[in-house]
Write a protein that binds this ligand. Structure first.
Ligand code: FMN
Length: 361
């Protein structure tokens, strides 16, 4: 039995949450309905696309239906995070993650999804998806879509196998992003020091802390109400009444404690991975998002967890040092993740797909 099917028999979605929260996770992360037709099929593809990783779980997208086999994935500017993401880098990366997920999900219906980038002189750029019934093979990554999660716990300290390393590298191929898999202790330490320095700078920025606080759902009640944002327990923190959480959050976030936490997380991880976008443009960030989601799904399929340590890509003063450490002379460092084995953490929710679907044509 594969690791995923073994997992399907257990209660991954019950991990660390109440039965009510688990029921919401199960509905959000239901297995693909391979019998859906017509509009129900598009709804299903959108539901699966929204399970993609995205910055702060802000879900910064809308899906405009243009016809039975055409969709536009558009950024939702009302869900921007202007402090952490002033140039919409994370936003377009998140759109790329959703687009890649939709393309993988479409193979469940024997459909190929071709993605075209659309620049808009008067609006933000977006991506057009054209679906074609080709009877293509179902992607081996389709089952991982619902089980992938950002797992922010300590990992088991084990190393990558040769098979895992090869699969991760292969998954990152084929776009404009470069992928740097770092397993040696010296380079990991140099990246760790940049992450800690950038994290410390972020924690000293009041606007950053307040923006982050506004996306945290401190209680199950608020997580279930909004179905977005960072559920406290999915970040490894206890749940609290929201008013207490909001009050104490800026006080408990101490640079020294957070630095120790980051160091332990990295020490427990099998590898770090840095994605570098070839050009510093929304189109390239979108491409990087696609590559990242392929890597995240391949990792999930191979029993590996991942979590982000993006601090040095979120502070431009660290870009050149990070690029130098991984040997990337050009391009923009776009993501830093860690990889390794760990138990499941509580899963994050998503909004109802109908609230991000625009069927007005
Ligand atoms: C562009 C981007 C940036 C992200 N940055 C961070 C980060 O700095 N720290 C973190 O813990 N998670 C980060 N994440 C992960 C998201 O918070 C996560 O995908 C979201 O909360 C949904 O949860 P899930 O991945 O478990 O489905 C990032 C994801 C994306 C796509």
């Amino acid at each position: 039995m594969s690791e995923l099917s073994a997992k399907a028999g257990t209660d991954a979605f019950d991990t660390g949450v109440s039965p009510r929260y688990a029921a919401a996770v199960r509905a959000t992360r239901a297995a693909p309905d391979r019998t859906a037709m017509g509009q129900a099929r598009l709804d299903e593809l959108v539901r699966l696309a929204t399970l993609a990783p995205n910055s702060h779980n802000s879900q910064p997208w809308t899906f405009q239906v243009l016809g039975p086999d055409r969709l536009m994935i558009r950024p939702d500017p009302t869900r921007r995070c202007p402090v952490i993401d002033p140039d919409d880098h994370h936003l377009f990366l998140s759109l790329g993650c959703a687009a890649e997920t939709l393309a993988i999900a479409a193979t469940g219906y024997g459909m190929d999804a071709s993605l075209s980038w659309r620049e808009n002189p008067d609006d933000l750029p977006c991506a057009e998806v054209t679906l074609k019934d080709t009877g293509c093979a179902v992607s081996p990554l389709i089952h991982a879509i619902r089980y992938r999660q950002s797992t922010r716990s300590l990992y088991d300290g084990g190393l990558l196998s040769a098979e895992q390393r090869h699969a991760l590298r292969k998954a990152a191929e084929g776009g404009t992003a470069t992928f740097h898999l770092v397993e040696d202790a010296e380079t990991k330490t140099r990246i760790r020091d940049l992450i800690i320095a950038a994290n410390t700078a972020q924690l000293r920025d009041r606007d950053f802390v307040h923006e982050l606080r506004d996306w945290i759902r401190f209680s199950e009640t608020s997580a279930l109400q909004s179905c977005d944002g960072l559920f406290a327990r999915a970040t490894g923190s206890p749940t609290l009444p929201d008013w207490i959480g909001r009050l104490i959050f800026p006080l408990v976030l101490r640079p020294a404690t957070e630095s120790r936490k980051i160091a332990s997380q990295i020490a427990s991880s099998a590898a770090l991975a840095v994605f570098v976008s070839r050009d510093n443009t929304p189109k390239n960030w979108f491409q990087t998002g696609r590559a990242f989601q392929r890597v995240a799904l391949v990792a999930t399929k191979h029993g590996l967890k991942h979590a982000h340590l993006n601090q040095p890509v979120e502070r431009s003063e660290y870009h050149s040092d990070l690029g130098r450490v991984v040997g990337a002379r050009d391009g923009r460092p776009s993501l830093v993740i860690r990889l390794g084995k760990a138990m499941d953490m509580p899963y994050s929710l998503r909004r109802d797909p109908h609230s991000v679907l625009d069927t007005s044509g």
